[in-house]
Design a protein around this ligand. Sequence first.
Ligand code: SAM
Ligand code: SF4
Length: 375
Amino acid sequence: MKKLGIYVHIPFCRQKCSYCDFYSVNWNNESENKYTEAVLNEIKGYRDRLSGKYTVDTIFFGGGTPTIIRPESLYKIMEGLKELIEVNKNSEISMEANPNTLTFEKLREYREIGINRLSIGVQSLNDDILIRIGRIHDSRQALESIDRAKSAGFNNINADVMFNIPGQEVRDIEDTISRLIERDIEHISFYSLKLEKGTPMYALEKSNKIIMPDEEYEREMYYAGRSLMERNDLPQYEISNFSKKGFQCRHNLKYWSQDEYIGLGPSAHSFMEGVRYSNPADLKMYCGAGFERTIHESMSHEDLMFEYIMLSLRLAEGVDIHEFNSRFSADFINKYEGQITHLGKNNLIELSEGHIRLTEKGMDISNYVFEKFME
Ligand SMILES: C[S@@+](CC[C@H](N)C(=O)[O-])C[C@H]1O[C@@H](n2cnc3c(N)ncnc32)[C@H](O)[C@@H]1O
Ligand code: SF4
């Protein structure tokens, strides 16, 4: 049977952060109940497509802020999934969490439900920065939530950290990451702040009320964070992700390996049988009768090959040439001979041990490298 990942989008936040454009609305009890019912219905709708063909080995509760809803709602969703499809015993079951919402009791309940990986939105341990980006917690709460998660039995914890924030300095990054390393964290996702249209921060930048760091300084922050993590047993395994050995996020690895997953909940994306599709980013519509999905791409063989290269190059291990050839019945070296020669000469990719990888220089201009493979 084939392996499947499941993403569940929980579309509630206590307060919207000023940079974020992930789909979420304010939480209330009634919305949570309607939402939970709608997810259970969506699960049932997959019965014919999944039964007897797949088992699940990763589940990811993302958001929004999954830790806002009652553990019993999460329990219902987990039970609904288990009724639909076999969930392997050693599955990775992750949940995103906001430090402001994590009590010890909740954390214990999450463990009982089967959640075994927690991804905490720390962002920064500089309190001025946290206020500036509209976070609802301070650095003390962020660190306490890590300690609390550990004492509740979590031994696989990620912290999301952002750089490229206006006014942020290299030493803020180093301070934040050092304190997380002192906490013996297993994984850090290290994201460069991107201003998304429609967010308050985007409007502030457009009206010159805030100034984004220039490109050079953005890279300096990235290099400083990366080098600190690499020196402290958190090697990079993807452009934005660093982990102790054996603690890479198995669910996210599915995205970069072009493996199949379904997304449940409003705005969730899926990739199944070569087709990418998504649910409406609208809770009312999602909870109404018979919402429609948007099919993004029914992908051709050529599209799938290009996408596979683009996704794999994000990974430190790069494109596994043998895997590529057997997946697509192709000859990678022959097909991309021109690109490999050109990019290799310019020190943007390297070929070793049957893999093509981005060099450090290649990582900085990865879009250029990806475009070359499209030619
Ligand atoms: C969907 S959020 C969920 C985390 C959780 N709700 C929290 O904020 O505590 C996942 C992560 O995406 C990152 N993120 C969100 N918007 C971003 C942006 N515009 N640029 C870069 N990273 C962003 C943040 O680090 C955030 O923790
Ligand atoms: S970063 Fe997290 S808490 Fe903030 S708005 Fe986005 S999903 Fe909600």
